[in-house]
Design a protein around this ligand. Structure first.
Ligand code: RUQ
Ligand code: CUA
Length: 663
């Protein structure tokens, strides 16, 4: 009774403002889609039920949005497995807090403890997700990160110069030859002190191509393409015949710098930029680039030394379309397109004009013909604008309101998210007919089908990522959880299976069948391969070394003690480095380390690894330390003491484990 009232009360204002128009053919009725129970509910429950001890069929990697991280869920259960720290410091795993990972967050602006991550992107081989790496963009201070999926850790971050708001990023090509990074904001080129109203003159946009080493995954910026200061929004690569091309959507082709909600919605059509990156490679080879100065950080975590290093780079290669014919073309696309999505065959390029009710689909083969016939409307800064009628393949008419993103099931259908009408619309490639629609709760942004933006989708499920949840969950104060919804798309009609909450604001996610990830899993780090400069290979090497005011504690952990666990002779004013090596060689046995008064996070040291915590005691006393991760029945006994004496005291430096001699 109470519940019903509560729900109705919350829903009323939503329907009153008419924001959440649900499409016709909504089989779930108006009761916010909550299924009515009975046979249907139990049937649906079976589809998402993963029994205790069983594995999910898919991994799903969600961006953490303004948390800056990535979360790992299972599908169909929706269960949360892990948060992978990427662009934000993370006290749980000491990422950005311990000495080893601090360099990962260095930029040309110094150490940055946060960012806003939007688009996770799995590496691909032959257009198929391969489970090797996951890339993700930092939006605010432009960067791209690479996560190694054998260990679910961030191992590399590269900063993107000549960029602001790295949003159209980091979409991959079919063999991960490149991941891209297009700037959302036009920025002065080169960056300088200029009047903002000189925008159209002095500001530029760059689209960066980051080369990925096929063996190691190491990233480097191969080249940037210099374009007018449009706002580049999203991107997707060609596949099949269109492999070798990358497509970027743009808005603000008006090149305005204020009140964009009005000023950037003037043009009837904006552009999708088609970049021929194979041509770009030729131009780079011929030396047709400008080597321009640009400061940007490249941070890399070395698995051997178990340390990140940050290097500052100073130049980047820039290609200018006027000097490189055939490099870029613009495809006119109505109206401020957001997503640009290429179907699995590579023939269709879907522009989701967010201010339009129709979806525009371009044809790659028509585009090639139009280029051959020079069917140009005009030329902008050396970039030919192709005639709309010569490139358009078809339109999906009146599909919904506010189309944002499209993914594909590999069976000839496309699925588009509609933010304003809060629904997913399924339509057929080639006939452009709407086949089905399903409401979302509420205001969907991205949607995801495992492999749904690749050459070979694994089209069994679809996940909707919603911006607003209102009444869907128990209330948690002014901020309500963001949410994902899981649909079964194996049949003709989409079927809503599950709601599950997500972390931060998951803009986008990518999914992959678990069998592509499980065989690559690392269970622990081999101790004999540990090349950390401050490692301790066994308890007999555990020691404390003083070097002036710097003290290095070489400490080990094994169930269930530290070696040493009693330390004396530390002084106020010392800088103490605890280098903690976890000697365990077994799956799932990390040890933690925390000491009273430390102005940083704990350490969480994986088996075979060494991590370092810096501690600067400010007052005399005896300070306890302990293991933070429940590691055995005697975890609570895993503790020790550090004695801190006055700065001029002459307490001798000593350390021990298991000697109980009284003074
Ligand atoms: S975004 S809701 Cu990818 Cu940042 Cu479209
Ligand atoms: Cu080691 Cu708890």
């Amino acid at each position: 009774m109470k519940n019903l009232f509560f729900k109705g009360f919350l829903l009323l204002p939503l329907f009153a403002v008419g924001l959440f128009l649900t499409g016709c053919g909504n089989s779930q009725g108006g009761d916010s889609g909550k299924t009515t129970g009975g046979a249907l509910a139990s049937n649906v429950a079976e589809q998402v039920y993963v029994a205790p001890g069983e594995y999910d069929e898919f991994y799903a990697f969600f961006s953490g949005g303004f948390s800056g991280q990535v979360t790992v869920h299972g599908l169909p259960s929706g269960r949360l497995f892990k948060t992978i720290p990427v662009f934000s410091v993370d006290a749980e795993k000491a990422y950005g807090f311990n000495e080893e990972t601090k360099p990962m967050l260095m930029t040309s602006h110094g150490f940055i403890p946060w960012d806003d991550s939007h688009h996770p992107e799995l590496s691909q081989t032959n257009g198929e997700t391969d489970g090797r790496w996951l890339f993700i963009n930092a939006n605010n201070t432009p960067r791209v990160a690479r996560i190694d999926l054998s260990e679910f850790e961030t191992v590399e971050i590269i900063e993107i110069p000549n960029s602001g708001g790295n949003h159209s990023s980091p979409f991959t090509t079919m063999n991960t030859e490149y991941v891209v990074a297009g700037t959302r904001f036009g920025v002065p080129y080169p960056q300088q002190d200029v009047a903002i109203n000189e925008y159209a003159d002095k500001f530029k946009a760059t689209l960066s191509f980051i080369k990925v080493d096929p063996e190691t995954g190491k990233m480097s910026i191969a080249f940037q393409v210099l374009l007018p200061a449009f706002d580049f929004d999203l991107a997707h690569s060609g596949k099949g015949d269109s492999h070798g091309w990358m497509f970027f959507s743009s808005y603000n082709t008006e090149e305005k710098h204020t009140l964009l909600e009005v000023e950037a919605s003037q043009n009837d059509k904006d552009y999708i930029a088609a970049i021929n990156w194979k041509k770009a490679e030729e131009y780079v080879k011929q030396g047709k680039f400008h080597e321009v100065s640009a400061r940007y950080a490249h941070n890399f975590y070395d698995e051997e030394t178990q340390q990140a290093t940050s290097e500052m780079l100073n130049t980047v290669k820039v290609l200018i379309p006027e000097e490189c014919p055939g490099l870029v073309y613009f495809l006119p696309t109505p109206k401020s397109p957001h997503g640009v999505d290429v179907d699995p065959t590579g023939e269709y390029i879907v522009g989701n004009g967010k201010l339009s009710a129709n979806l525009t689909v371009h044809s790659f083969s028509k585009m090639l013909k139009a280029i051959e016939n020079k069917a140009f409307e005009t030329t902008i800064d050396g970039v030919p604008v192709l005639k709309f009628e010569e490139v358009v393949a078809g339109t999906v008419k009146d599909a919904g309101l506010g189309p944002l993103h499209t993914e594909f099931d590999g069976k000839g259908y496309a699925y588009t998210s509609f933010f304003i009408s809060s629904e997913v619309v399924k339509w057929k490639l080639g006939t452009w007919e709407v086949a089905d629609r399903a409401p979302t709760y509420y205001s969907i942004g991205h949607l995801m089908i495992p492999g749904g933006d690749s050459h070979k989708p694994q089209g069994k499920y679809l996940v909707a990522m919603n911006k607003i949840t209102k009444d869907r969950y128990l209330p948690t104060g002014p901020e309500l959880c963001h949410s994902a919804q899981l649909y079964d798309i194996s049949g003709d009609k989409m079927k809503l299976l599950l709601d599950f909450p997500t972390m931060g604001e998951p803009h986008y996610a990518q999914g992959i069948s678990a069998d592509r990830i499980i065989p690559r899993q690392k269970k622990f780090y081999k101790l004999e391969e540990n090349k950390h400069p401050h490692r301790t290979m066994g308890e007999k090497d555990a020691r404390v070394e003083r070097n002036g005011k710097e003290v290095h504690v070489y400490m080990t952990t094994i169930r269930s003690h530290f070696a040493p666990d009693n330390i004396e002779g530390i002084k106020v004013g010392d800088k103490v480095y605890f280098h903690v090596t976890n000697l365990e060689q077994d799956w799932d046995v990390p040890h933690g380390f925390a000491i009273l008064g430390a102005r940083t996070s704990e350490l969480l040291v994986m088996p075979g690894q060494t991590e370092t915590l810096v501690w600067e005691p400010k007052a005399e006393g005896v300070y306890p330390f302990y293991c933070t991760d429940f590691c055995s029945a005697l975890h609570q006994e895993m503790q020790g003491y550090v004695r801190v004496s006055g700065s001029n005291a002459n307490t001798p430096l000593k350390w021990s484990l298991g000697s109980n001699e009284e003074e």
